[in-house]
Design a protein around this ligand. Structure first.
Ligand code: PLP
Length: 284
């Protein structure tokens, strides 16, 4: 397994390596103090970041929503490519692009990237699937659309609640959580988009619910036609997922992972899973 790579974008915009054990952030960086910043996580395959343009676009949208002066796209792209430059083509990697608001009393945003190997446990999930429980997000499906300060659709650094949900799932003896709205609609996982098949329709949840628009699910749905399926944005309740032909959690590093159990009920593992994984280009 390759060592982690860390690279920071210098004030001149030129990326430079930082030893992984070397401190990089100031104690007063607002990314640390407030979780005030944006990030992206990308799959690195064949030594290159996958769907880089889509991730850069989402990062820019997230930054705009936070009124965060993200450096110009070329500079972020250069950093991403430089961080992946020496990554072995045969090894799956996870590239993180992080931009914080920088020092509390003013100054430039801090922009850096890390690349690390994809963990074996993540690759195993693609075959073995995951067991999931629903958990309430405590707000209605339309709440975030009416309250921009809740940052629906923004990939901010404030992920402590998402990580807590993962630990809560582990305490229940399962692998992950599916957030549902207070009015009972399926939303997303703490780090994944939910996708399901209902006959000829490959479905996911509309962005109007405030979920993060997933790059992996969007890419998959844009190619659904080649698996003989029609892409559809749909609201659903958990019971509809239990009755679906297949349910998956999708994200850049995980790829596409079948959900084998929801709230203790066994789900069908759809035979189309391998075809969808191939469509997304994740190793079998
Ligand atoms: N939803 C949330 C809340 C996420 O954090 C993520 C990714 O980390 C996703 C969905 C999936 O997004 P993507 O496919 O772009 O990785």
């Amino acid at each position: 397994m390759s060592d982690r790579v860390v690279m920071v974008s210098g004030t001149d915009g030129v990326p430079r390596f930082v030893r992984p054990e070397e401190p990089l952030l100031r104690a007063d960086d607002l990314g640390v103090l407030r979780g005030d910043g944006v990030f992206e996580t990308l799959h690195v395959r064949g030594g290159e970041p996958f769907l880089l343009t889509e991730h850069l676009a989402r990062m820019a949208r997230s930054a705009a929503r936070l009124e965060l002066p993200l450096p110009a796209e070329d500079r972020v792209r250069d950093l991403a490519l430089a961080a992946c430059a020496g990554w072995p083509a045969a090894e799956e990697g996870a590239l993180r692009l992080v931009c914080t608001r920088g020092p509390e009393d003013g100054g430039e945003p801090t922009l850096y990237a890390t690349v690390a190997a994809v963990k074996a446990a993540v690759r195993t999930q693609r075959h073995e699937g995951i067991r999931v429980v629903t958990a309430s997000l405590g707000m209605t499906a339309d709440a975030r659309g009416e309250a921009p300060w809740l940052l629906g659709g923004v990939k901010s650094l404030s992920y402590a609640a998402n990580m807590a949900a993962g630990r809560w799932a582990a305490a229940q003896g399962v692998d992950d959580v599916l957030f549902v709205s207070a009015d009972g609609h399926v939303l997303e996982g703490p780090t994944s988009t939910v996708v399901w098949r209902d006959g000829p329709a490959l479905c996911t949840v509309p962005d109007t619910t405030g979920i993060l628009p997933g790059t992996t699910a969007a890419h998959l749905l844009s190619r659904a036609g080649s698996a003989g399926l029609a892409a559809e944005l749909r609201m659903a309740v958990p019971e509809e997922l239990v009755a679906a032909d297949g349910v998956w959690f999708c994200s850049s590093v995980r790829g596409i992972v079948p959900v084998t159990e929801l709230d203790g009920k066994a789900l069908t593992v759809d035979p189309v899973t391998a075809q969808l994984r191939d469509l997304l280009g994740y190793p079998g």
